[in-house]
Design a protein around this ligand. Structure first.
Ligand SMILES: Nc1ncnc2c1ncn2[C@@H]1O[C@H](COP(=O)(O)OP(=O)(O)OP(=O)(O)O)[C@@H](O)[C@H]1O
Ligand SMILES: [Mg+2]
Length: 296
């Protein structure tokens, strides 16, 4: 790894901030991470090695951003964690994934969800002909009693008031931002400890991105841990306390969110800011690809 990443990590390790004390973001006072990936490899169709040894951690109640360009392996990482990878003809071919201290790789997605981990996939897959509330009820299918279901629904409406206003509306007619809130709402019906969420801002207008991230902030405040995949690095590093940057199936940079925001390469390439803080176009920062050294 290059000097920039080493300095970011070293600084994180020096810091006394809980969660950045030497074992990445999870090493808080309580110690054990909620989620821990160690040297995870993923093979698609037995030939394409999409992850080449990914290690990352999420602390209980923590918020981690997973960043990187197209094809870096971000979605694959989330799919490997939730087990969805199996339905994409992929498999975890090396390393380990532990949730709450127990290995989960190779487990089916349903049992992983029951254990408290949900995966909000890219693309906002709502059931378009059903109402908002019917979509939520499907997320709470594991509740045997009506009272439990009602309590979970009330919890969702409290966390995402917009969904309460939309409860009788047909999901397929909602705006992109409203559908994003619906899939988040459906995921928290399962009362998870950790939510993996893939590109929640994709294709949304800035005002809607703000609203969706306000929901995520609220869920964080309620103690939900988040692992967020984003191409919108700015919003991701605002909510996250720790971040990882992926490239070519590997983690190439990691550090506390404030350090990544301040990191010159991240600022130029992912945030599009120059040294004076002005916006840059991607064309202007393309030289970054030639200049960057962290792949060494
Ligand atoms: N089902 C699949 N079969 C074969 N290869 C795949 C499959 N899904 C993804 N890949 C490959 O794995 C690599 C990582 O893909 P992945 O979707 O994880 O990237 P990503 O970082 O999420 O990118 P994006 O920002 O475009 O969503 C890419 O080279 C991609 O082509
Ligand atoms: Mg992706």
């Amino acid at each position: 790894m290059a000097d920039v990443s080493e300095s970011a990590v070293a600084e994180a390790r020096r810091s006394e901030t809980p969660g950045a004390t030497g074992a990445g973001p999870a090493a808080g006072a309580a110690g054990a991470p909620l989620l821990a990936l160690l040297n995870v490899e993923v093979l698609y169709a037995e030939v394409i090695l999409a992850l080449k040894g990914v290690s990352l951690q999420v602390a209980p109640g923590g918020c981690v951003a997973l960043l990187g360009a197209n094809g870096a392996g971000k979605s694959t990482t989330l799919k490997a964690i939730s087990g969805v990878i199996e339905s994409d003809d992929g498999r975890v071919s090396g390393g380990s994934i532990a949730f709450g201290g127990l290995p989960i790789h190779g487990h089916d997605t349903a049992s992983v969800v029951r254990g408290g981990l949900v995966h909000v996939m890219e693309g906002r897959r709502v059931l378009p002909h059903m109402t908002v509330e019917q979509n939520l009820i499907i997320g709470g299918h594991m509740f045997p009693r009506a009272a439990q279901m009602r309590r979970a629904l009330d919890g969702v409406y409290q966390a995402i008031p917009r969904l309460a206003d939309l409860r009788t509306r047909t999901a397929g007619y909602l705006s992109g931002g409203e559908q994003q809130m619906l899939v988040i709402g459906r995921a928290i019906m399962a009362e998870p400890k950790l939510m993996l969420i893939d590109e929640p801002s994709l294709g949304l207008a800035p005002r809607m991105i703000e609203e969706v991230f306000a929901v995520l902030h609220r869920l964080r405040a309620q103690g939900l841990a988040l692992l967020i995949v984003e191409q919108n690095t700015r919003v991701a590093l605002e909510i996250a306390d720790y971040g990882y940057v992926m490239e070519g199936g590997r983690i190439v940079l990691e550090g506390r969110a404030d350090e990544l925001r301040a990191n010159e390469d991240v600022r130029e390439f992912y945030l599009g800011l120059d040294r004076e803080g002005g916006r840059k176009s991607f064309r202007e920062v393309k030289h970054y690809r030639r200049r960057k050294r962290w792949l060494g």
